[in-house]
Design a protein around this ligand. Structure first.
Ligand SMILES: [Zn+2]
Ligand SMILES: [Zn+2]
Length: 218
């Protein structure tokens, strides 16, 4: 796993299994927050990252409930039994009560009751604000680290040649809604959009870059 410090408070940890999968570690005065947890084989690399940053892990927050974002939770919690948070809309899908929209079968990815709805106090202690950006999945959420100007965008986008690109169609339940949710970039005007399955995108003109993104689909 490759770990890169992308801003004062944020490290991006990426592994490659034919495509890349990332998770983020956010440091604050309170300790560490893990944003997404990748797949199970990333757990050891993430634990190594916590040790190197020499601060206690406080919580895990998830952009959404797909297996490549939730998969590391169990192994990490075996050693660090911290609370896990996600947008409340996402919980019944993760607990296997409902199939994600567009999928045939429900899949139980987390134990019932383990994952809780977001707690704004927990997020603000980490320096993060959550914004609901549905489309890729019903409860998809991005986290903005205002001080660093970094938007942790999960699967809201992919990127191509340094430009915003749409999320992977095969795994996106409502593409139209996902593209509309991408307008959060204009609203927040981050310096950097950090993306789970691709390289990050530098934002120099949010309005223009979002319009260019939308035009790809017309
Ligand atoms: Zn996803
Ligand atoms: Zn994903």
């Amino acid at each position: 796993m490759k770990t890169v410090q992308i801003s004062d408070h944020i490290w991006k940890c990426t592994t490659w299994i034919g495509f890349s999968i990332s998770a983020w570690v956010v440091k604050s005065d309170e300790g560490l927050t893990l944003v997404d947890s990748g797949i199970p084989l990333m757990a050891n690399g993430l634990k190594k990252c916590f040790k190197e940053l020499q601060a206690p892990l406080k919580s895990i927050v998830l952009t959404h409930g797909h297996s490549d974002h939730v998969g590391g939770v169990k192994r990490i919690r075996d050693q660090y039994p911290v609370p896990v948070y996600v947008h409340e809309t996402e919980i019944p899908y993760m607990e296997g009560k409902l199939p994600f929209p567009g999928r045939k079968k429900a899949e139980k990815l987390t134990e019932q009751g383990l994952v809780q709805p977001f707690d704004t106090n927990v997020l603000s202690a980490a320096g993060l604000t959550a914004y609901h950006t549905p489309g890729h999945s019903p409860g998809h959420t991005v986290f903005f680290h205002e001080q660093d100007g970094v938007l942790l965008a999960g699967d809201l986008f992919t990127s191509k040649r340094g430009r915003l690109n749409r999320p992977m169609p095969m795994f996106t339940s409502d593409m139209k809604q996902a593209v509309e949710s991408g307008a959060i970039v204009k609203q927040l005007n981050p310096k950097r959009v950090s993306i789970c399955h691709s390289g990050d995108v530098s934002i120099t003109n949010a309005e223009e870059q979002y319009e260019e993104y939308v035009l790809q689909f017309v």
